[in-house]
Ligand binder design. Sequence first.
Ligand code: S3P
Length: 427
Amino acid sequence: MNINLTKSAGLHGELTIPGDKSISHRAIMFGALSEGTTEITNFLQGADCLSTISCFQAMGVEIENMIDRVRIHGAGLHGLKTPQQMLDVGNSGTTTRLISGILAGQAFTSTLNGDASIQKRPMKRIIDPLTQMGADIRSIHDNGCAPLEIHGGHLHGIHYQSPVASAQVKSCVLLAGLYADGTTAVTEPVLSRNHTELMLSGFGATVTSIGTTATIEPEPRLIGQKIAVPGDISSAAYWIAAALAVPNSELVLKNVGINPTRDGILRVVEAMGADITRENVHTVSGELVCDLIVRSSSLHGTTVSGELIPTLIDEIPVIAVLSCFAEGETIIKDAQELKVKESNRIDTVVEGLLAMGADATATDDGMIIRGKKTLHGATIDSHLDHRIAMSFAVAGLLCDTPTTILNADSVVISYPDFYESLKQISI
Ligand code: S3P
C-alpha cells in the first residue's frame, strides 16, 4: 500500500496514544510465566506484539485477545510446553531477543525465525551471554542471525558486561537469569530502557538496579497482575515533531509514557526551543505517564549524543526530519545502533531527506543536518521499516509538493491506526 501526503495548514485536536510496544511485549511474556491471571489494558495491537502472543500460545499458554483487553492464563515459570513448530517472531527484534532468554532456561529444544529483516538483525549479542550462562544456542546458518536453535537447560548466573546499551540484550540476560543457579547481573555502557526491571519486580521478582547494573535473583514466584499499558512515547514522537514544525498547530497527546529512560525526545526538542507542556503527571503500573500539549515552535539545531541516545533511539528518524525545520545545524552522534534496526536507519533517513532536498550528511555514527531549507515532496520507500514510513509521512506534511510513501502499511508493526489519526488532526 502507498500513501500520499500534502502540505498541512495546521494540526489540531486530541489523540490518545496507543499502548507502548516495549511494555506490551513484556506484559505478555511475564504474564505467561506467572501463576494466575494477568489482565492487560491498552495493549498495543501492533503486529510485533501479536507475534509475541502467538509465540507464547505456541508454547501452550492460553491468551485471550479481546482487543480492549488481553487476558493471560499464566503457565508459571516452569509451565511452558515444547512448541510443535518453529516459533514465528515476524518482524520483532524484541520478541526474538527476549524470548531467547526465556527459551534458554527451558527443558526443551526450540527453533525460532522471522521475516527477511529479522534474519539480518545481529543475534550474536544475545548468543554470547547466553552461551556464557551455559545455554546451547546457535545461529542455524552460522551467520550470527536468526533462525536460531536453542537447547534450553541448566544455566549459571553471570555478571555480564554488555558491549552495547541495549534493553533487548539486558532483558534477554535477566530473563535467562530467572532460570539460573545463582544471581545474574548485567552492566551496560549507558542505561537503556528499564521496563523489564520495573515490571518484573511488579510481578514478584527480586530485581535491583544500581547505576547501569541490573541484578536479578533466580526462581522467583511470579504472580499475575493487572497492567495498564501507557501510551508509547515512540508513537507520540511523530505528532510531537509534526505539531512543532507545522505552523498553526496545537495538539493534546493523552496518556504518554515518560519513563526517564525513554523521554529523551522531550529533552531534545525542549533544548531546540519547543513549546511543550506536561500535564496530569502520574504513575500507572509503575511507569510515569502524562498528557502533552505541543504547539508550533520556532526551533534551533542541537547536538544529540552520549547518554541521551538510548533514551530516544527509535525517535531519531523523526528528530532528523524535525531538525530540517530548525535554524542551524543538528548533529546526531554515538548512534551506531541505528544501523542494525528494522532498516539501516542512518542510510534510510539520509536517503529520504536527500530525496526531499534537505541538507543532510550521513556519518559513521549518526548524521548532520543543516536546517531551514524548504523540503520538496518525493517518493519515499519505507524499506518496510515502520518508523521510516511514519517519519517521512510527517515530512510529507511539511513539503511544498505532494509526497508518496511506498510500503506505507509497514506502520502496522507499531501504530496500526497512524494514518486514521493523521486524518483526524490534520486540516
Ligand atoms: C526495545 C529496545 C530497543 C528499541 C526497540 C525496543 C525493547 O532496542 O530500539 O524498538 O523493547 O527492549 P535495543 O535494546 O536493541 O536498542
